[in-house]
Design a protein. Sequence first.
Length: 309
Amino acid sequence: MTNGVPAIHVTGLRKAYGELEAVRGIDFEVAEGECFALLGPNGAGKTTTVEILEGYRNRDGGEVEVLGRDPQANERDLRERVGIVLQSSGHFRELTVREVLDLFGGYYPHPRASGEVIQLVGLDDKAGARIKTLSGGQQRRLDLALGLIGDPDLLFLDEPTTGFDPSARRRSWELIENLRDLGKTILLTTHYMDEAQNLADRVAILAAGRIVASGTPDSLGGRDEGEAVIAFRLPGGAGLADLPGELPVQPVLVEDRVVLRTTEPTRTLGALTGWALGRGEELDGLTVTRPSLEDVYLRLTGTEELTRA
């Protein structure tokens, strides 16, 4: 955050469509140079929130500042500093990739060079190709290029890798990480939890119009402090009754693996490894895991209380 001024500041944001209250008084900030992921199921209020930030939809209540301006005022100088990558967009299908980037670049006072952006998104070999000939993944890369052509300070990425194969997704992640390294602020929406885990500095989860959790991907929902699961296969000839008595939790057998759920993983591992070493045995298939970001997401967005809210 530069000089303590956030790139995005939201306080008490509300938006309703008739009797449906889509956004119910949410608060959050995005620091300059940060990648912030906004997660939530369909109907959670995510799209409404982002459209208000982009200036495409008016709010009913609360305060919103984007790069120090109210997006509802629809000021040109704010639009010139913001790039938007939508889930899908239509282009001039008869133009080439370079031609459409040159066209859109003309709308900005200080655009990036079209060739540089084409290289950045990996469309070098398609610069002269007509847009109608591009594959779905290539068109998504063009969408990203159009969001970058104005050299924005803030970039909104709405499901940027939908429809990408795994290798294309990884290349897009590298591009987004490079943009963050250049000091760009990024607000990302995605349904891919691994994408949020790998790219976001911080995450907020929306459910039923409210933010139900926020924090770093590793700490969200108490992931870093929650229950750990230790699992391994018993050495030959050993049974549960042979395990050390000083274990802080009772182990259970799940198929051919011993499973222990504990809030004291260090103590538990110490007892287990000491026992195995004393027997001259290995704990085959030993794993220690905590709830994944997806586990936390499903728990926070799928409870009965939230679906009734």
